[in-house]
Ligand binder design. Sequence first.
Ligand code: ADP
Length: 492
Amino acid sequence: MSNPRVLFVSSEAHPLVKTGGLADVAGALPVALKALRCDVRIMIPAYKSALARIQSVMQDVKEIAVLDIEQADAPVRLLETRLPGSSVRVWLVDSPAHFDRDGGPYGPTGGGDWPDNAQRFALFSRVAVAVAQGEAGLDWQPTVVHCNDWQSGLVPALLSRRTPRPATVFTIHNLSYQGLFSWETFQSLALPQDLWSMHGMEYFGNFSFIKGGLVYSDMLSTVSPQYAKEITTPQFGYGLEELLRHRGDRLVGILNGADYRQWNPTRDAYIPYPYNTYNFADKQRNKTALQARMGLAQNASVPLLGMIGRLVEQKGFDLLLDALPELLRTHDLQLAVLGSGDPALEERLRAAARAHPGRVAAQFGYSEELAHQIEAGADIFVMPSRFEPCGLNQIYSLRYGTVPVVHRTGGLVNTVVDATPEALRAGVATGFVFNEPSPAALASALTRALASYASPRMWKLLTFQGMQQDFSWRRSAQQYLSLYRQAIQTCA
Ligand code: ADP
């Protein structure tokens, strides 16, 4: 079978627009697919910030189509550029009324959602459908449309009503974001009325964009084998577990890869002292630089904990904050945090930094540069997520010789091997894994990590074992290729 032609529909793609892991995937998987000779094009909204970013790297942009889209007051332009650093084409859906505004992709800078998100992503989805069906006047049509998360959930739903049509694949990057809207909003979108059904996109009295993907796509995937199992249980399924169990023969877990072009301590433009296993001592110099940058006491021997992520309940910053006072009392350690999100969590982190000057430091907002510097400068990476579809930072940490301490959930299970005596003997241990998302369990795993840190021989074993792990995209991209082939067969 010839390789599929893939339209990769995403609401974010690194480095053009990013709020989390979806952007990392959308910025790397298409590149890996292209390397496997798959013809793939990315479609994202033409956010003001994305256009500015393209301009700042002096990438060309050209108009390739103008479309009349249902419910849009003005014609929608399709713009083409290349993903910076690659030859993959990116198509930007340019509807100024929907996407030309300051702020984030889903809401204003201070937090919250845009009130017209349903309209914004319905329009985006309609454009994807038009391109998929060859109605945009382009000389290219996909054989597979790969949709991601709720923002493109309407695409499989709308395509399911068309024949012929390309096959559809829907990837769940995080089931907790579902794109739920009221009946009134559903009415305002002028969608086919029968989509409002419990077997369609209705969800306990709301209209659920994500259900469009879950119900109507030919194949479903999520971003780790463990999360694929977890979302079929009430604990992680948000009431969608039965639907997902019902579609179990169509649901696979494919672990995200790491983009080692971006995340590689040997050639990371953001870090002052590149290093690998041969000059691992240079990691210490990054640590001192990080301590200086964040206002921590400059001391190469004190273990430095790092944590990066969106400040949301999922990530478990509160668990670390609860465990912190006792840990700081009983251990010589430092903590460097980078996050953005919930103002209450931000305030708690600020308070911890104020209470422990020189030992705890936190920076807020989004900083790609500091994220890399924390990965390089920290000794231990803390990831106590309550749930974690895949998680990328623990994978980056492994490559940076920054030993991850993680909760036993989702993709963390598939990527970190707990340093039990057996795993250490077998030479497979890469981090520390704890069972309960509680401050006490986290503290006890951190205590184990700190004890290992005190033994240079043991620490070297763990860090080097981690640095040798290979989670590159190539293997995952191969799995996506076979998923696309399955979807094509299913749809035929
Ligand atoms: P999620 O998608 O749930 O946010 P992942 O671990 O899959 O979690 O991906 C998070 C990505 O976003 C990582 O690349 C991480 O470094 C990055 N990130 C999260 N918060 C920030 C921040 N404040 N500044 C810079 N990068 C961040």
